[in-house]
Design a binder for this molecule. Sequence first.
Ligand SMILES: Cc1ncc(COP(=O)(O)O)c(C=O)c1O
Length: 371
Amino acid sequence: MKPYNVPFGDLVRQYRAQQAELDAAALRVLHSGWYILGPEVRAFEDEWAKYCGVHHCVSVGNGTEALHLALRVLGLQPGDEVITVANAGGYGAIAAVQAGLKPRFADVDDETHTMSPASLAAAITPRTKAILPVHLYGRPAPIREIMAIAEQHGLPVIEDCAQSHGAMVAGRMTGTFGQLGTFSFYPTKNLGALGDAGAIITDDDALADKLRKLRVYGWDRKYHNAEPGGINTRLDELQAALLGCKLPLLNQWNELRRERARWYHELLRDVPGISLPDITDGHVFHLFVIQVHGGRRDALKQALTEQGIGTDVHYPLPTHLQPAFHDLGYEPGELPVTERLAESVLSLPCYPELTREEVAAVCAAMRSAQA
Ligand SMILES: Cc1ncc(COP(=O)(O)O)c(C=O)c1O
């Protein structure tokens, strides 16, 4: 018998807390007879654009397609290079390849785990045509510094905000600094659908117009393929209606995530061999990611599993060393901070419904494992 039972995530808790409203929204769509690109999608796009403080939101099927279309709409040429990071699950690199582009990687900062501006500046070559930073774990990347470098080189920036719904820099939402911001509403995200969902935000009317065509076969009107390179990636009415129910709670949920981060700080402060993420302004703690020192990460993870504490590793193998990206020609050692973090990061349970008792259980288990 394990002493504790704290799941890494539990989506049923969030569903149950809002069950009546979500059920009613789902039934409304089921009875409407309109399931794709209808009033629910338009309403959610308007609300999400307003929440983010931009003119346009173009919803799509998922966060990877959001990245793919954001890269495509820039009109880059096959083989053009995009600089992103290699510690964020590889979604940007997958989208770049899908768009016919070549991913390159900047290293990340040891403290923020996000794109290092110095490494970015050093990685830019004449072949670089776009920059794709990730606001990872809910923590904003140093986007103003990244924008300054991008502007110096005349390069567009796409912000991957799949983990940063509601995260801000100097009072401004992540996703609104670059030409385009992309979101995933995968169920575990800070704003999560009950299926796949994604969106792209922008203030640029022409880009938004083109994205609206690209997501639906390149159509400018029914059965008329105006835009080359169109695909099918649409948010459906059901997911849009469910997201519309959840959006009013996002700020409250983000505050609860920050509160759980503060609890961890309070209870883990003096545990040896680990370091905790700073609770910086604007951080929305999609994940609470600690570093475990002395090569003990896997042993600690195992000890926590044995005590009934769910954890995860985001992400165990950096993108530049993944088999599918072998042809890019990277060798171990080329991104030292990224590679070191891949061996030391450990994500602890962190979601709005997690109770104080559960956080205390995680910390007690950590304490006994590290003693
Ligand atoms: C940083 C990041 N970018 C992109 C994605 C891709 O989103 P999706 O799973 O909706 O395709 C995810 C999540 O899965 C992510 O965490």
